[in-house]
Design a protein around this ligand. Structure first.
Ligand SMILES: Nc1ncnc2c1ncn2[C@@H]1O[C@H](COP(=O)(O)OP(=O)(O)OP(=O)(O)O)[C@@H](O)[C@H]1O
Ligand SMILES: [Mg+2]
Length: 235
């Protein structure tokens, strides 16, 4: 079953300041959702609210499955992924060990995913010594190895060069084609265009526009979105 979520008046206040909301919107049941907006717009907060790791001050977030199923079927990749101080192989195996997968399964999945993320030759290297791009790919493999139904990514390609970015996009598109729902933020508009099925454009904690990707990029509905797409400062 496709997983969807509904936000009803979702609002996050920290230190007396509203940093998100109120947001009322539905997530589409499938596709790649790109969350766009200037620094501080609330993108990371929205992802965390959807993943259930950011406390709401008001309102609700509801997935169409139980809270427990929602949580176990989702994965979240942070902007600066934290690596275990172990080998690439052990980092990939770790999520499977947590769910007590069989040894044979772990061996099979680990080499499969090392291949998919282009780190097959690096399996025995310490993960902490990988380059930034390699770490991002490893974090992505580690998130996908449990076949999440929903994958959240917070700027997965920040600071990566064009090649590493494309490699990550390829893995994401493959995951999407095989049924993973993706919700991610990026400041790279080229990447947003390449990947978006739909766009949520946030401004000052509010959903300013929510449109199919093709419409948003060709025909944004508001002057703020137009300015944002032109690279102007939007406040
Ligand atoms: N724990 C907190 N306490 C107080 N303010 C916070 C807290 N977390 C986030 N904020 C503020 O909330 C606003 C939204 O933050 P958020 O990280 O969601 O923005 P963002 O759109 O992801 O920005 P960026 O593009 O820089 O990553 C910002 O103004 C931030 O400073
Ligand atoms: Mg952020």
């Amino acid at each position: 079953m496709a997983m969807t979520a509904t936000l009803q008046g979702a609002l996050v206040k920290r230190k007396g300041k509203t940093i998100l909301g109120p947001v009322t919107c539905d997530l589409l049941p499938e596709g790649i959702t790109i969350v766009l907006g200037p620094n501080g717009a609330g993108k990371t907060t929205l992802l965390k609210v959807l993943h259930g790791v950011e406390r709401l001050t008001e309102g609700t977030v509801r997935w169409n499955v139980s809270d427990e199923e929602a949580h176990t079927s989702q994965a979240y990749v942070f902007q600066s992924p934290i690596m275990l101080r172990r080998s690439v192989r052990q980092n990939l195996a770790y999520p499977l060990q947590l769910i007590r997968a069989s040894k044979a399964d772990i061996v099979r999945q680990t080499s499969h995913w090392a291949q998919r993320i282009g780190l097959a030759d690096a399996l025995d290297r310490p993960a902490t010594r990988l380059s930034g791009g390699e770490k991002q790919k490893l974090a992505l493999g580690r998130a996908l190895i449990r076949k999440p139904k929903v994958l959240f990514l917070d700027e997965p390609c920040a600071n990566l060069d064009g090649r590493a970015t494309r490699e990550i996009e390829n893995v994401l598109q493959e995951a999407y084609r095989t049924g993973t729902r993706i919700i991610m933020t990026t400041h790279d508009l080229g990447q947003a265009k390449r990947l978006a099925s739909d766009v949520i454009f946030l401004l000052k904690g509010q959903v300013h526009e929510q449109l199919p990707g093709s419409l948003f990029f060709d025909n944004p509905q508001t002057s703020e979105a137009r300015a944002f797409l032109q690279g102007d400062i939007v406040e």
